[in-house]
Design a protein around this ligand. Structure first.
Ligand code: FAD
Ligand code: EPU
Length: 340
């Protein structure tokens, strides 16, 4: 039988994060079976180290080397555990690719994840920040998350309420040292209506000649939109949006919009509004600027890019300068989205 895990000491992480930061980890454990977690966490040489779970590294910034234990979930499986003809329950392992899950569910005739096509990363990371795009969030489908609880030293199952999902938020994001997600359970409704209202989706579908699109056609349209709008981490290091879109009291957002009429403002619950962080950064003149190899994408003002050999510290310095500019000009605080 293959080893349940392998360990590498002083391991380079440059190929394991999409910002392509050349950091190292004291130890990198690649894990083929979640049942190996107690042995790894209790290992003589490892049990006192800080722990970081790393999926595809598409939402992390290594500001320094990581003096600790990096855990890479490499267990991959997906199956339908229950199906009554209208709704189906799917169990997906943490190490399964997110975009592969989108394709797999669509091939099973299960709609819902099409708007979340092409988001980089693994299934186990999806609940961490409750990934979202094109008007849909993963939490609309997640019914439970199985995780190792480092606080209690055992596996637990959290239902969706216990996960505390919000915009780019969850209990897992708020307590990053505590949880190692092993499996995510989803529920899909075969009669779910398509979500086509996000700006650009209908236009892209119309350009493809799809007026009554199948979920797979929506996924294709979303993939085309994303290719056009966002820099490809295969060509230039980046972690997608570097800041969250700020959420403000509705009155404060309305004031800002009346002073800046082209600022996009979206409803966010009863008393709050969400602003476009990209617009705020672009208005400060930062789009496309660079300082050495650390830069702001010319394609999208919310994306921090590594033009080659930028260090994590250089990228972080640039991000802080951008945030300070936006705070100075608009009085709005930008909060980073990736784990730093
Ligand atoms: P990593 O980057 O490896 O980890 C991210 C965080 O999750 C870390 O804190 C890590 O410790 C934790 N984590 C990962 N796996 C586990 C686990 N099994 N258990 C516990 N903690 C874990 N995000 C969106 O929401 N919407 C988008 O549209 C979007 N577009 C993107 C576009 C690009 C080009 C890029 C580069 C990123 C984009 N992202 C987007 C961000 C990113 O893809 C998501 O956050 C994704 O879920 C990260 O997956 P990962 O496997 O790479 O996680
Ligand atoms: N805009 C600018 N300048 C730019 C880019 C955008 O002013 O350079 C303005 C435009 O007015 C545009 C608006 O910002 O209409 C919104 O842009 P976009 O549709 O690209 O969305 P976003 O708010 O910048 C969010 C998510 C993305 C997600 C898209 C699509 C956050 C932090 N980001 O970006 O998620 O893919 O919507 O739903 O919520 C990620 O989290 O990494 C990510 C890429």
């Amino acid at each position: 039988m293959a080893d349940a895990f392998t360990l590498a000491f002083d391991a380079p992480l440059g190929g394991l994060n999409t910002l392509r930061i050349g950091a190292t980890a004291s130890c990198l454990a690649t894990i083929a079976d979640p049942d190996a977690l107690p042995a790894i966490l209790g290992h003589d040489q490892l049990h006192e180290l800080p722990v970081l779970v790393l999926g595809e590294g598409s939402n992390v910034l290594f500001a320094t080397d990581f003096h600790g234990l990096v855990l890479r979930p490499a267990w991959r499986s997906v199956r339908i555990s229950d199906d009554d003809g209208r709704t189906a329950i799917v169990q997906a392992a943490a190490g399964y690719g997110w975009d592969a899950l989108v394709d797999w569910t669509l091939a099973q005739g299960l709609p819902g994840l099409e708007n979340l096509a092409l988001i980089p990363g693994l299934v186990g990371a999806a609940p961490i920040q409750n990934i979202g795009a094109y008007g849909v969030e993963a939490s609309e489908f997640i019914t439970a998350v199985d995780a190792w609880d480092r606080g209690r030293g055992g596996f637990v199952r959290l239902d969706a309420v216990a996960c505390g999902f919000g915009y780019r938020d969850s209990i897992f994001k708020r307590e990053p040292e505590r949880w190692i997600v092993s499996n995510v359970e989803f529920r899909f409704d075969r009669e779910r209506r398509r979500a086509l209202d996000y700006a650009g989706v209908r236009e892209e579908l119309a350009a493809l000649g799809n007026t009554d699109p199948t979920p797979a056609q929506v996924a294709s349209a979303v993939r085309r939109l994303r290719h056009r709008k966002l820099p490809d981490p295969g060509s230039i290091g980046n972690a997608g949006s570097f800041f969250k879109n700020p959420v403000l009291a509705r009155e404060r957002a309305a004031e800002l919009q009346s002073a800046n009429p082209s600022l996009p403002v979206y409803p966010a619950g009863d008393a709050s509004s969400k602003l476009s962080a990209a617009w705020l950064i672009e208005a400060c003149g930062w789009r496309g600027l660079r300082d050495g190899d650390a830069g702001i994408s010319a394609q999208h003002a919310l994306v921090l890019v590594n033009h080659g050999r930028a260090t994590g510290a250089e990228l972080l310095t640039l991000a802080r300068r951008v945030a300070a500019f936006v705070a100075e000009r608009f009085g709005v605080r930008l909060e980073p989205e990736p784990r730093i």
